[in-house]
Design a protein. Structure first.
Length: 157
């Protein structure tokens, strides 16, 4: 059951991302996706496998649901959140948008908990919420660095 729900969420997320008009270019979105994916995979490796704060199910379909969540849903939803918050908003409105977008990711994590895909040992949902906010902040940092280094850099002749 968990695999079908997570697969459906991933499919809807990917479809919505590609159907929606994006304010960043394909290169910007790709750089952002891969940077968030790298941070997220390393984070999950440290928290799940090394520190054992959270464990995941050993059932094959539940484990596959966890991998889809980690590798597809989180980066795509963060891309959607960053693309949907306009650049000309005030900092307060951007922070409110990030907090609301992080709640969506937290709700999906609650679904994973209820379907016994992941188990908390020495962990809390608050830590995940803080991590999702950090991922959004990291995404904006990556875009800032991309714009300052790539787009404003010296032109190749």
């Amino acid at each position: 059951m968990a695999f079908s729900i997570i697969f459906y969420i991933a499919w809807i997320s990917i479809t919505a991302f590609y159907a929606k008009k994006k304010k960043f270019s394909k290169l910007e979105n790709s750089a952002l996706f891969f940077c968030i994916l790298i941070i997220n995979v390393n984070y999950s490796w440290i928290i799940y496998d090394e520190c054992k704060f959270i464990t995941y199910s050993t059932l094959p379909l539940n484990y596959t649901a966890y991998i889809i969540y980690r590798s597809i849903i989180i980066p795509i939803l963060i891309l959607m959140g960053i693309n949907s918050i306009p650049r000309n908003l005030t900092i307060t409105k951007k922070v409110i948008g990030i907090l609301i977008s992080s709640l969506v990711l937290l709700l999906i994590k609650i679904v994973l908990l209820k379907l016994d895909v992941v188990y908390f040992h020495k962990w809390s949902l608050i830590f995940d919420y803080i991590y999702f906010i950090f991922l959004y902040s990291f995404g904006y940092f990556v875009l800032y660095c991309y714009h300052s280094l790539i787009l404003k850099g010296e032109k190749i002749k």
